[in-house]
Write a protein that binds this ligand. Structure first.
Ligand code: HT7
Ligand code: ZN
Length: 855
């Protein structure tokens, strides 16, 4: 298992500017002829080393003549004795029907499709599989006409016709040079939804969405989302689409969410298909956001791409930031921000604190697929967001314009991006660049000193980044701190402080009273904050802060401190709030619920168990789980009438995915999470499920029952399965609910579920729904004291790894992030990690994560 280092980058010894692919599709014997124009760039006569995995080589020709001066070794083809410029033709055979890794060319059900990012193109043909080789592609796809009426690839159709034996062909040409990871091919029979979009400059673009037969009605939201994204990118960044056609294909077997292949996006059907009956408001939201994300890649990723894979955040951090801005403009900016911050605190902080810790631009990689992480994506987006804060909307836009002006058509680095931002704004970003090279979550501490006579307030901020698994030494970063100082009458000061040293004091004059500090508003930097304030200061923020995000955040801190005190895992903070204090705060929130349903709904939610785990050095799993559960029960009992009153005021409406309704449904279902715990409301909870005309409320009822009442849960789950048993995408919700239910017999239930007719270890969505939900979101079952949960997951990982290493490597994460657990559990986990490591032929993907976890 070789290690690659960012510092070892060398420009390519040979380049390829033209590629001609001829792909003749057969399930087990697909023939690929790849003809390239190759040019030597290095002065020495080193051989051409092409990447290739699981290929059967049939022939090599140079300038049309057979070539024998080559060897196949260690997943490469080394060709020697070559002229300076030549035409290379390589013929290989591959077996898509037996490709369960879902990388390269594979079968998704009846259709053929490809996934080439990061290094999957080498499973299709021998090639220089690196993103800085950008070429123009001409692709001919051949296949049986009745089974595969659609033969798709990137760009525009330039030829098509009939062949013998019921076969046909289509030839595609993509005029934009691209790296091979953006190559795509899809062949199959689909329902097609067609539309069009007229760009700002008046060009008409055909939009085509391909979905499984019979699913056409579920495609409209995705298509509408695409049009909104296209218009938004024109308005916000002046970026127009470039080809005449934009295609999206939804497939059922896919390792991630979607893929931005040039002009031919391939999507996990989970992020395309939706109607009110079968999809929740969250599903609608995520579809819009993933559709937009892939579309935005056309500029940030495709037109300007990465020089090497260490630069992945160049396109992913930036594109996530762009899709977040889009989503904020389409719906509630506040709820969006809360959800993003929850992802950071729940998953990214955990990654920073674990064995896979890495900067947003990693330095060392064993398996690239392991670096499509919350750090590269979400922390990467936070870093871009800080630049946006620092430079302002217009300054950021100037930087983007210069970036495209300089680098369109190139493969570049994160430094190139920051340089464009710097040059466009004459703003020195030298210090800021440390965010790209330093891993870990900085800790910011705040303390205040008020001088009544001088009417002066001094705020001292310190920063310290604890050592991480990958980096011992840390330096101070540039940290923007949104600051609000609150007095009795409300906000006295609102500003952004720039913390650049280990310790800095900021002086505020003309302050009439000792203020309450509300810091890090809108999560202005991806850090942990300790401000040392007591619970009455936090309650003051909850009631009076100008920034609604800060009100939510103060409430989260109050809940968190309270729960850690109950569970014996309290860290450094003053007296927690009393139970009665939380009840009264929630009561006052319930009184405001009809005016601000979105904010109140979020403020009524306790931090997730997973977020709480990240807040303490060491936790007692059972005590923390029980404390959270006990508080939810107490709040339900104390506020039953107040909650019922709000539920009754919320209007009943026919389902529409529309902002007002979304917020009201969210509030109603949060309230059901409380009321569902009370025996007297079980009949009403069942009606909430049965009367619902939409999946959001059905699932809301199921979640409430899952937490609140086993009998109701069992009854509703039977009804759900009866209704959706033939629709695996919808049934994933049911698998997930079962797997995350804190039940004593959860392992035997998992056994039963894995025998369900819809379950398959070959389908990543099914595996994530069942085993992912168990390992990530069933703390009671997964962390069972006898280690049975750890053993159970490990048994499955040993079976999944040979089928699909990428899926196995993602699923192993909960076994590697054990830092906050007690020593007994740590040792039980280590036993399982050793079992995994001893597995014959363990993939590099799983090996990298497990070996790091074991140190
Ligand atoms: N850029 C895409 C990444 C991706 C991917 C990576 C590894 C293995 C399979 C994959 N499928 C998609 C998705 C994106 O960020 O837009
Ligand atoms: Zn992306």
């Amino acid at each position: 298992h070789a290690i690659k280092r960012r510092s070892d980058y060398q420009s390519p010894a040979y380049v390829i500017q033209h590629v001609e692919l001829d792909i003749d599709l057969y399930p087990h014997e697909t023939r690929v002829i790849c003809t390239t124009q190759v040019e030597r760039k290095s002065a020495d006569q080193q051989p051409l080393v092409l990447d290739g995995v699981d290929l059967q080589l049939l022939s090599v020709r140079v300038n049309g003549a057979d070539w024998t001066n080559y060897v196949e070794k260690e997943q490469t083809l080394v060709v020697d004795g070559l002229p300076d410029a030549f035409t290379l033709t390589i013929e290989t055979q591959i077996d898509p029907a037996n490709n369960s890794s879902l990388e390269g060319l594979y079968k998704s059900g009846d259709a053929y499709c490809t996934q080439c990012e990061a290094e999957g193109f080498r499973k299709i043909t021998y090639f220089l599989d690196r993103p800085d080789i950008m070429a123009e592609y001409r692709v001919t796809v051949r296949g049986n006409k009745s089974a595969y009426p659609y033969l798709l690839s990137n760009g525009n159709v330039v030829a098509k016709g009939e062949l013998d034996d019921g076969r046909h062909f289509v030839t595609w040409h993509d005029p934009f040079p691209k790296p091979c990871y953006l190559f795509a091919l899809v062949a199959g029979d689909f329902d097609l939804l067609s539309d069009n979009f007229v760009t700002a400059s008046g060009r008409e673009v055909a939009l085509e969405l391909y979905v499984d037969k019979g699913k056409r009605e579920r495609g409209y939201h995705a298509l509408d989302s695409l049009k909104r994204a296209m218009a938004w990118d024109e308005q916000t960044f002046g970026l127009e689409y470039d080809l005449d056609i934009y295609m999206i294909v939804a497939v059922d077997f896919f390792n991630m969410g979607a893929m931005e292949n040039k002009g031919l996006n391939v999507f996990n059907s989970k992020y395309v298909l939706a109607d009110g009956q079968s999809a929740t408001d969250d599903d609608y939201f995520h579809i819009e956001s993933v559709i937009a994300h892939e579309y935005f890649h056309n500029w940030t990723g495709n037109r300007v791409t990465c020089r090497d894979w260490f630069q992945l955040s160049l396109k992913e951090g930036l594109t996530v930031f762009r899709d977040q801005q889009f989503s904020a403009d389409m719906a509630s900016p506040l709820v969006n921000r809360i959800n993003q911050v929850n992802v950071m605190r729940e998953h990214q902080f955990a990654e920073d604190a674990g064995p896979m810790s890495h900067p947003i631009r990693p330095d060392v990689v064993m398996e690239m697929n392991n670096f499509y992480t919350v750090t590269v994506y979400d922390k990467g987006a936070e870093v871009i967001r800080m630049l946006h804060t620092l430079l302002g909307v217009q300054g950021f836009r100037r930087g983007m314009d210069l970036y495209f002006e300089r680098h369109d058509g190139q493969a570049v680095t994160c430094d190139d991006f920051v340089q464009a931002m710097q040059d466009a704004n004459q703003h020195d970003l030298t210090l800021f660049k440390r965010w790209y090279s330093q891993s870990g979550t900085p800790v910011v501490r705040a303390s205040g000193e008020y001088d009544q006579q001088a009417r002066q307030f001094k705020l001292t901020l310190t920063q310290h980044t604890p050592a991480t698994a990958d980096q011992a030494e840390k330096q101070p970063l540039m940290i923007p701190v949104n600051t609000e100082l609150l007095g009795n009458q409300g906000t006295m000061v609102q500003t952004v402080l720039s913390l650049t040293q280990a310790q800095q004091t900021f002086v505020f004059d003309n302050i009439d009273q000792a203020p309450v500090m509300s810091l890090l508003g809108n999560f202005s930097a991806p850090v942990r904050l300790y401000d040392g304030q007591n619970s009455s200061a936090r309650q003051h923020i909850v009631m009076y802060a100008n920034d609604p995000f800060s009100r939510w955040d103060a409430m989260q801190t109050l809940y968190g401190d309270y729960l850690h005190c109950q569970a014996g895992s309290a860290g450094e903070f003053a007296e927690p709030i009393s139970t009665a204090g939380i009840v009264e705060l929630q009561r006052s929130l319930l009184n405001q619920a009809m005016d601000s349903p979105a904010l109140v709904a979020e403020m009524l939610c306790l931090p997730s168990f997973e977020t709480l785990v990240q807040q303490a050095e060491q936790i007692d799993v059972d005590a923390l789980f029980d404390a959270r559960n006990a508080l939810l029960n107490q709040l339900a009992e104390a506020l039953e009438q107040d909650m019922l009153a709000v539920v009754q005021q919320l209007p009943a409406q026919a389902y529409d995915y529309q902002q007002n309704q979304v917020e009201q449904r969210r509030l109603r279902n949060v309230l059901w999470l409380y009321l569902g715990r009370l025996d007297q409301h079980q009949a009403a909870l069942k009606s909430h499920y049965h009367d619902a005309d939409n999946m959001t409320d059905c699932l809301g009822a199921l979640r409430a029952a899952q937490e609140g009442n086993e009998q109701t849960f069992d009854q509703l789950m039977v009804a759900f399965e009866q209704r959706w048993q033939d629709d695996p995408l919808v049934l994933d919700k049911w698998f997930g609910l079962h797997a995350s239910a804190p039940r004593k017999d959860c392992l035997s239930r998992l056994d039963l579920l894995s025998g369900h007719k819809q379950f398959s270890l070959n389908n990543p969505n099914r595996v994530r729904a069942l085993l992912g939900s168990f390992a990530f979101y069933n703390p009671k079952g997964f962390h069972a004291k006898d280690g049975s949960g750890y053993r159970y997951l490990t048994d499955y990982l040993k079976r999944i790894d040979p089928i699909n290493p990428q899926v196995a490597a993602r699923l192993v994460t909960p076994l590697t992030q054990f830092r906050h657990l007690d020593s007994e559990r740590k040792s039980l986990i280590e036993t399982q990690l050793h079992r995994l490591l001893d597995t014959p032929n363990l993939s590099g993907d799983v090996f990298e994560k497990v070996s790091k976890a074991l140190g």
